[in-house]
Design a protein around this ligand. Sequence first.
Ligand code: TMP
Length: 226
Amino acid sequence: MTAGVGLPDAPRRPARFITLEGGEGAGKSTQARRLAERLHGLGIGTVSTREPGGSPGAEAVRHVLLSGAAERFGPDVEAILFAAARADHVDETIRPALERGDWVICDRFADSTRVYQAEIGTALIDALETVALDGLVPDLTLLLDLPAETGLERARARRGDDAVDRFEKDALALHVARREAFLALARRHPERIAVIDAGAEADAVAEAIWATVAARFGLASGGPAG
Ligand code: TMP
């Protein structure tokens, strides 16, 4: 028996907004898909999305950002473009889904800007967040944590002969600093951000994520592994 979504007398589960964050090659996309499948298995309507992107307008901006075409305009402009994409994504995809009662699983969100665009300073980041999010905060953020070297190796293996993107190409020291910045965010927001050891096998990571989500939202922790 599933959760009874759609049955007339079933209490409606509140929609939830879950984000996955982490460095390069942390396995966020795979784990986001597995989490969505598992929620579906409980009869929970789920929308899977990603950043930069997630709406037609934001996907167009994604290409500009990840190709490196915006890099020459400097970090402020890049951050403004991430925020513009995010505002459209929130308005066109995330809020409508939550208002319908669907759960939203998003591969990267505002924490990525705090970490990757850190050099622009918190005042500008705060201002952009205010405009782009208009008060929307994830109910849960899963931080997939692993050493930067391991993540970059995985990302390289996955990419094969494809060109390295705008941010993956940065120096190892910067990736190490980003890992630390994500962990610092988790320490600052322990009520929202759960740190998951992403260095383990994919099945073990999926189980750790499911245990966290199930406990946080009062879901049955058993059921078919995703
Ligand atoms: P991904 O598809 O591998 O997650 O790549 C997205 C890249 O964009 C990744 O290198 C992180 C970067 N990024 C930012 O720099 N700022 C942001 O706000 C977001 C969402 C992503």
